[in-house]
Design a protein around this ligand. Structure first.
Ligand code: SF4
Ligand code: SF4
Length: 174
């Protein structure tokens, strides 16, 4: 997403990251005043209802190409103003860009470990946000033919998700 504070920092870090667009940090993003839902839907965002009045778009974002926003000039308000904790600290001079890139790389590796375990447990739908995939994998019926292996993988997944969530909380969400 775009931050608007220091474009140089955003250009340097965000294409290496994508965690706020790819379904790892968020499962959806709410629209705000000033957003035009019909136009955003026409541009490719998948809109979902949240309650009776709120609309949101689902993540992983349909307009994310794996590195960049495909509708950058038309992105929703929330994307224009969002700044994760990592960017905030870099902008404030509390964290060097190199250290932030290292954190991004470590976090992406952790997310990939979680994806690998989800796939092993039969959760292969990459269109879902990570938390939704996790909930689906953990609530699926156990594989009775391999209940020990299944339960071991679920344990590994729980630990991997816990580690990832702690890292996201610590580095990106505050
Ligand atoms: S619209 Fe663009 S900036 Fe916003 S979540 Fe999607 S890819 Fe990211
Ligand atoms: S989580 Fe932060 S560093 Fe990563 S893409 Fe989003 S704004 Fe950029």
């Amino acid at each position: 997403m775009d931050k608007g504070v220091s474009k140089k920092t955003v250009d340097e870090l965000c294409p290496q990251c994508g965690l706020c667009c790819n379904g790892v940090l968020f499962s959806d993003v709410e629209l705000r005043a000033g957003d035009d839902p019909a136009r955003l839907a026409a541009l490719g965002l998948i809109l979902v209802k949240k309650g009776s009045r709120t609309q949101a778009f689902a993540q992983p974002c349909a307009c994310f190409n794996g590195k960049l926003c495909g509708i950058y000039g038309d992105r929703p308000q929330r994307c224009r103003t969002f700044e994760c904790g990592l960017l905030k600290r870099v902008h404030a001079g509390e964290l060097a860009a190199d250290a932030a890139l290292k954190t991004i790389a470590q976090t992406r590796r952790q997310a990939e470990t979680v994806r690998g375990l989800l796939r092993q447990l039969g959760q292969t739908d990459e269109r879902w946000a990570m938390t939704q995939r996790y909930a689906s994998a953990m609530s699926a019926p156990m594989d009775l033919a391999d209940s020990e292996g299944d339960s071991e993988r679920r344990g590994e997944l729980m630990l991997a998700v816990d580690g990832l969530m702690k890292r996201l909380q610590r580095n990106f969400l505050r």
